[in-house]
Design a protein around this ligand. Sequence first.
Ligand code: ADP
Ligand code: MG
Length: 700
Amino acid sequence: MNITQKTSIHSPVKYLKGVGPKFAELLARAGVETIQDLLYYVPRAYTDWSTVAEIDTLRVGDRVTVVGQVLSTDLSRRRGRRSVMLAVVEDETAAIVARWYNQPYLSNTIKKGDRIVLSGEVRFDKHARRKEFVSPSFEVMGDREVAELVHAGRIVPEYSQIGDLSGKRIRRFVKSAMDAHFDEIVDPLPRWVVERRRLPGLKTAIADVHFTKDTSLAAFARGRLAYEEFFLFQIIVGVRRQRRKDAPRAVAPLAWSETEHARFLGALPFALTGAQARAVDEMRRDLEHGAAMNRLLQGDVGSGKTAVAAAAMHQAAVNGWQSALMAPTEILARQHYENITSLLEPLGHSVVLLRGGMRAEEKADALEAIRNGGASIIVGTHALIQEGVEFSKLGFVVIDEQHRFGVVQRAALRQKGGAPDVLVMTATPIPRTLSLTVYGDLDVSVIDELPPGRSPVRTAVRDEAARGRVYDFLRQEVGEGRQVFIVYPLVEQSDKMDLAAATKMHKQLDRKIFPDVAVGLVHGRMRAEEKNEVMRAFAAGEISILVSTTVIEVGVDVPNATVMVVEHAERFGLAQLHQLRGRVGRGSHQSYCILMAGPAASDDARERLKVLAETNDGFVIAERDLQFRGPGEFMGVRQHGLPRFSVADLVADTRLLVQAREDAFELIERDPDLSEPESRAVVAAVERRFHGQGDLMEVG
Ligand code: ADP
Ligand code: MG
């Protein structure tokens, strides 16, 4: 018996007519694995060849299509020269010559007597003194109608080529997928969603995005496909969020006390800004609610996130819970420890610091206090999530992330408690599209206001030629008692050459350029104690100029520092530079940020740096950075849970994302276990679309 398995829309793309294993491999690079995936491979552009003209009306420069019959062909190949294929094509009104270079095989495709369609620009050939088409798109029609054309005589879709796989060949594949499997397309979107957002159905969208009669319809169709992709992804996000909300908790919801909050505010050395107060209020609502809080607190460096976190720590402690704050480096942990201690000890809470290099007995004491509940607030590095750290009653977790921890560490700390409330703090402003994706299952609070009395940092882009003047300026600031950061980038932590360059620069500054000024050096390869000592000396004003090789080492608060110089600024992302700039301007003195563009910086890179000179708004900068670098580079990785979208554009499609999120969450609310038929179709589509990116379905 002969069993033939029928190819379906979900079959591997290699089974599509003409594709085969070799092209299938190339298609896989672009994420196209099944025949259906190919239907979601949208054109990057369209060329409108839909205007059909009679040959005797053609004028030089016209971009048109003609339909006619091949009168004659001629292929000339002379050795050492490129081959030329000529065809004379005639309609009822006149004839014209079409010419193709280096495509000798066309003599097998285009034959005398064929009906042919040519689309191209009309040129004037000086030697022959006549109008011609040069390398036009064409299609031999056979007995087809103009309406059935693929490559010419219509609005032609242009696909990005993938390796050796040309856009034209992809067009052919897409057409054959459409011809063979169009009827199998099933729309995964619930009807109410399609109606609410007035989206075209999936079949219409796929037909229009590839072989459209109108480019505005194509754009509409692309929007629908992007929406669908966002919707399916937000289902994952929503399920994750739901799961967490339903998780059983060891801690009862917190009883927020206004009296205690007033006591906290009374002890603060300053008044909260409006934005801080708003963030506190948003947290309060989460904390009082039965489900665990999962909130992202976004705010520029210096916007005062710590005080917001401390307000909640105070409430947790009053409720008899422990709080833990995890920072990415020891220096930052220590600084948090000092800040939190000064804010919360006066209120009667005991704060401990847990870090890597503690002496054994000191550490044993800390661990004991954590275990028996003697410590209410525990500050530390990732040492907090190691084995052997047992909390007596962990109710509230704060993660100062600054892009340092992954999803896994976050989950590990959460597991130390029985589903505690979680606040993730980040100083890098993240564009809305990315926060709704990467941090999609978190609620977001934004501190978009700096404490009063800070004047904006003045920023300038300078190059080598200005170095002398830059040094003069530093001398002047130091002369007035101010301090200076000079950051020298290490592209890789292990990059020996860069480290050598930074060390050399430090030596030169210390000995030659500022012999009478204390110049310090801190880099990632130093031992923790050495680093701490240098940082302490800088904070104490014993060092005036600090050369640093890594970004994070300058995460300290030194209000007397007024100048941030960044060498090879072009190697940093804008958001990162903005974060660095936030290290100055923290005191009452006017501060400056000088971005030194290295000799190798391109004009584009310099242009990019100018954005920082133009604005101090972290969110504007983040949006621009995202536009310049794209989502992958911006987040600096996949580990951050950034999925690969094939149609949707995280830069341009914000509105669609917000809508898709709203709808996806509503579906989950209507049908929490996604068991209705309409939901099951959605789940099947999610699995198909995001399979192999399974980590997205896991913890967050
Ligand atoms: P972030 O963690 O957001 O970078 P911090 O919480 O470290 O910022 O606060 C930066 C500085 O601003 C600290 O010295 C802090 O004491 C101070 N600060 C915070 N909030 C206010 C406020 N509302 N008014 C005045 N100073 C504030
Ligand atoms: Mg901070």
